[in-house]
Design a protein around this ligand. Structure first.
Ligand SMILES: [Fe+2]
Ligand SMILES: [Fe+2]
Length: 372
């Protein structure tokens, strides 16, 4: 078997390892699980958040807050007349495997939108700093609309997630504010890049739009773009976060976000194929876009076209598949297998982290427009 063919067989095996969702309980269990690859919920140091000072960027900050106040998406997250029929017909046409991949996509997207909602809302409640409080309130407003809109699509299948229960029962990871800034900036910008790439593809190929929710992605991703802008301003207002040893944290988080996305997306090959996309090409397009946008704040970019980088991403994927298979096998052999593959993936990760990066000067003009 060629390497390519064998990789595809392994992709099929990994797809088979996505826990299938047949009931609202299954959907809830999937949303609640926290692993290396699934969306997490976060807490942080709220006092440190309260001490943030953005006054050095006052005019940019106030212009951004005015955009949130203007709320140009206030009427966007409502269904139009044809939504339900399109959803019904679209889902009836999907194979059971593709349906599972799409449900997996909806559940993980809903969980990560809601993760932002909880974090921003919690910060908003705990701080008195008017700049941070206003920003967090607006972002929580947006993420709550996003999570609710996806959840209503899940409810169409009787698979709605009990978001209140999720908030109570899912575990929380503590991140220092600077890690929140790096990770959340990236996930907002990568969220924009993912949604806009799908939207543009389906705009060109409307016959491949198997669910109406994708029609909402264009205006939706402008919210994510603006959330990313907010974290860019916060980081640029604290320049020490963008130099010295912190540059290693930027490299670490960028690689973590890219690698997680690469592995996760390759568990949904049929969904990308149905949209006329190839998982690998789609991911590299999203990395390229994210890299370009993040020039506003990150003084380094990963060399995503380096052959060692590309081979390393494939290796991380192969190790995740092997790890999942060992876990499913169970027993002592399975445990040893899991430890072995986790260690090997860790080594690959370190190797990728040490690859040379491209340096770039930070621009005087910080804000970027969502023009992709
Ligand atoms: Fe969102
Ligand atoms: Fe967002």
């Amino acid at each position: 078997m060629s390497a390519q063919a064998s990789l595809h067989t392994e992709h099929d095996m990994l797809t088979a390892l996505i826990d299938s969702v047949e009931s609202a309980d299954d959907a809830m269990a999937k949303a609640t699980r926290s692993t290396v690859l699934t969306p997490r919920f976060y807490t942080t140091d709220y006092d440190a958040m309260d001490r943030l000072d953005v006054s050095s960027l006052r005019s940019e900050w106030d212009a951004m807050i005015a955009e949130y106040e203007g709320d140009n998406n206030h009427d966007h997250f409502q269904r139009d007349a044809t939504f339900e029929q399109e959803a019904r017909e679209g889902m009836a046409s999907l194979s059971p495997e593709l349906r599972q991949e799409f449900l997996d996509f909806l559940i993980s997207s809903c969980t990560s939108e809601f993760s932002g909602c909880i974090l921003y809302n919690e910060i908003q409640k705990r701080v008195t700093n008017p700049d941070i409080k206003a920003l967090m309130r607006y972002m929580a407003r947006d993420e709550s609309r996003h999570a609710g809109f996806i959840n209503s699509a899940l409810r169409d299948f009787g698979l709605g997630i009990d978001l209140g229960g999720l908030k109570r029962n899912k575990s929380y990871t503590f991140f220092k504010p600077k890690y929140i800034f790096y990770a959340t900036y990236l996930s907002e910008k990568i969220g924009y890049a993912r949604y806009i790439t799908i939207f543009r593809q389906l705009q060109k190929n409307p016959d491949k739009r198997f669910h109406p929710i994708f029609r909402w992605f264009e205006r939706w991703c402008n919210d994510e773009f603006r959330h990313g802008e907010s974290f860019a301003l916060i980081m640029r207002a604290q320049p020490h976060l963008l130099r010295g040893l912190n540059v290693w944290w930027i490299r670490f988080f960028t690689l973590a976000v890219y690698a997680t996305m690469f592995v996760r997306d390759h568990t949904r090959p049929l969904m990308h194929e149905a949209m006329g996309l190839d998982s690998t090409e789609y991911d590299y397009e999203v990395f390229r876009l994210t890299s370009e946008i993040s020039a506003q704040v990150f003084p380094v970019e990963l060399d995503i076209d380096h052959p060692v980088f590309r081979a390393g991403m494939e290796r991380l994927l192969a190790r995740s598949i092997a790890h999942a298979n060992a876990k499913q096998r169970g027993g002592l052999g399975g445990l040893i297998g899991q430890a072995w593959h986790a260690a090997a993936a860790g080594l690959t990760y370190v190797r990728l982290l040490l690859l040379p990066v491209r340096r770039r000067p930070l621009p005087a003009q910080i804000r970027v427009q969502p023009v992709w």
